[in-house]
Design a protein around this ligand. Structure first.
Ligand code: GRF
Length: 188
């Protein structure tokens, strides 16, 4: 199975996904793509020997469909079986999602269905929750809403800030996402 990974930032999740796809794994990384040509994750992917590319979303302005058409052209050139969103921070339209329906995963830093969208850790702290976590789900047209493949939980500790909580959750993301990708790639 061929896996393409989309990211916008440092790509710590991408690194763990790529490192998890060893010779015994049913999948291999074929492309790491970003909407930001300067994304730190692109350098990390290249250092890991994975092909990289970028489509800067800014020249497209509000024309999401044109931006996504450019993404799809580059992605479909490598014919990915699975797309992993890993810290990809652009909203995808239904057209893009339908094109990859049933084979696109995302990691979201909350215990879905709680806290869809942004600032998940601050919202959990604000609500006085005692636990937080992350979820790997199939991407569907509704934001952060598709079938959940798995979740990991962490305790919220006294004195936690969004940053300390994010760091604790990220450790779990780095274990959960590779495990869920392996399961998903092993399915028929
Ligand atoms: C992480 O918090 C992840 O939950 C979210 O994007 C953030 C950065 O991820 N999806 P990465 O370090 O760029 O993989």
């Amino acid at each position: 199975k061929k896996v393409a990974i989309l990211l916008s930032g440092g790509g710590s999740n991408m690194v763990k996904l790529v490192e998890s796809m060893g010779p015994d794994h049913p999948a291999r990384p074929v492309l790491v793509m970003s909407n930001d040509p300067q994304a730190g994750g692109l350098q990390k992917a290249a250092a890991l020997g994975v092909a990289t590319d970028a489509v800067d979303h800014r020249p497209f302005g509000k024309d999401r469909a044109a931006f996504e058409a450019a993404l799809i052209e580059k992605l479909d050139a490598v014919q990915p079986d699975i797309i992993c969103l890993a810290g990809f921070m652009r909203i995808l339209t239904e057209g893009f999602i339908r094109h990859y329906e049933g084979r696109m995963l995302n990691i979201h830093p909350s215990l879905l269905p709680k806290y869809k969208g942004l600032h998940t850790h601050a919202r959990a702290l604000e609500a006085g929750d005692t636990e937080a976590g992350c979820s790997v789900h199939e991407v569907t047209a509704e934001l952060d809403d598709g079938p959940i493949l798995g979740q990991a939980r962490v305790a919220i500790l006294p004195g936690d800030t969004p940053e300390t909580l994010a760091a604790r959750v990220l450790v779990e993301e780095h274990k959960l996402y590779p495990a869920m990708l392996r399961e998903f790639a092993t399915r028929g």
